[in-house]
Design a protein around this ligand. Structure first.
Ligand SMILES: Cc1ncc(C[n+]2csc(CCOP(=O)(O)OP(=O)(O)O)c2C)c(N)n1
Length: 374
């Protein structure tokens, strides 16, 4: 059994520390899924981050129902994929580091990178201290310049046409930074997805873009099979000469970690694109607009991994309970904290719209209103 779990925040370095748990005598050294394996230390790190992400999302749903928030959308059911991505990001600012072009179900990526639950809840509750949008955008619409997290938009798939731009800067700059573009399966029906395939794969000008499709089988209420004749979206990279892989069990963190590792290694070293698709679950429907009720028919990656770790003798039920309690307390504390935070004022609507720019003659300072006509 593990003797202790390190409560430290996730790794700041790269390549990431591959585990923060201390494994005791008698525990297995690795956790297997078929031919794939990861160390038990890493498995416990992934599990803890998945539990934290789930606790944050469940608290967020409750807040949207209780009136402490106005809307919820998020990623319960995508934790295995997102935590594996977040822990393998090369985190920093500028072209030497990864750029993130995400969609609105990416809480697991950001928690994996070290974002606090509080900063997620601040945006959900729309307080003035929300660092992503100053309380003016939907939950999960992160923007973190210090970590190259480009602003998430509600307009789906536009992130796919931005990624080749940052990837071009990264390729010119040199190094191993990649541009990650994450989208859902329905979003790939937009031309933006095809544009990303095309611009990332121009002969002789290939770009370090990692396109990730979180395939939860639905676009709001439209089932994948009713709209797409292509069964595995990742195969659409084939005609462009782009390498691709579909992870059929995107709920399995062991498989997922290795698939992300392979894809990222390829893009970082070859400076060429890759399409990675993961079949995931959607555990609470599309958003609070459709009720956010729990769908018990879909596979739950957190519950499945918990059972796998217990069966392998890597963790015991008491430790699982402790981890879940800690995660819930962290989310509860964030909810209490935002209750007394200031809300945006009318004047805040116009603040922080554009970054100050010394070379911009129209808006040399922060844009706080329309320019005066002479
Ligand atoms: C350009 C555009 N078209 C339509 C919508 C409405 N819309 C919001 S979410 C969504 C479904 C997206 O499904 P998918 O890409 O599979 O992602 P999921 O929400 O399932 O993770 C749609 C159609 C939108 N936001 N933007």
């Amino acid at each position: 059994m593990p003797t202790s779990l390190d409560p430290d925040e996730p790794p700041e370095d790269h390549p990431p520390r591959r585990g923060v748990a201390t494994v005791g005598v008698g525990t297995p050294a690795i956790i297997r899924s078929g031919r794939e394996a990861i160390s038990t230390e890493l498995a416990l790190t992934l599990f803890r981050q998945m539990v934290r992400t789930r606790a944050l999302e469940e608290r967020s749903i409750k807040m949207s129902k209780s009136g402490e928030a106005y809307f919820w959308i998020g990623g319960p059911g995508e934790e295995a994929l997102n935590v594996c991505l977040g822990l393998q990001i090369l985190k920093g600012r500028g072209p030497a580091f990864d750029f993130l072009h995400l969609h609105y179900r990416s809480s697991g990526i950001l928690l994996g990178m070290g974002m606090s639950m509080l900063d997620h809840i601040r945006q959900l509750a729309m307080t003035a201290l929300d660092p992503h949008s100053r309380g003016r955008n939907f939950v999960g619409h992160y923007a973190i310049p210090e970590w190259n997290v480009m602003p998430v938009t509600s307009v789906i798939e536009v992130q796919c046409v931005m990624a080749p731009g940052t990837a071009l800067a990264q390729k010119r700059h040199g190094g191993e930074g990649l541009s990650l573009a994450v989208s859902g399966d329905a979003g790939t029906a937009e031309g933006d997805f095809e544009s990303c395939l095309l611009w990332s794969s121009r002969p002789g000008n290939e770009l370090p873009v990692l396109m990730v499709v979180a395939n939860n089988n639905y676009g709001i209420s439209t089932k994948h099979s009713t709209q797409h004749s292509v069964k595995e979206i990742a195969t659409r990279g084939g005609p462009y000469g782009i390498r691709y892989e579909t992870v059929r069990d995107g709920n399995d963190p062991v498989t997922m970690w290795n698939a992300v590792d392979r894809a990222m290694r390829y893009v970082r070293r070859e400076r060429k694109p890759f399409v990675l698709e993961a079949m995931v679950s959607r555990l609470h429907g599309h958003s609070s607009s459709s009720g956010a009720q729990r769908n018990w028919e879909e596979a739950d990656c957190v519950a499945l991994f918990e059972q796998k770790l217990i069966d392998a003798g890597a963790i015991d039920s008491d430790t699982v309970r402790t981890l879940k309690d800690e995660a819930k307390q962290e989310a509860d504390a964030a909810t209490v904290a935002v209750a007394s935070e200031p809300r945006p004022t009318r004047a805040d609507v116009y603040r922080d719209t554009y970054a100050p720019s010394a070379v911009d003659v129209v808006y040399p300072h922060d844009y706080t209103g329309l320019p005066q006509r002479r």
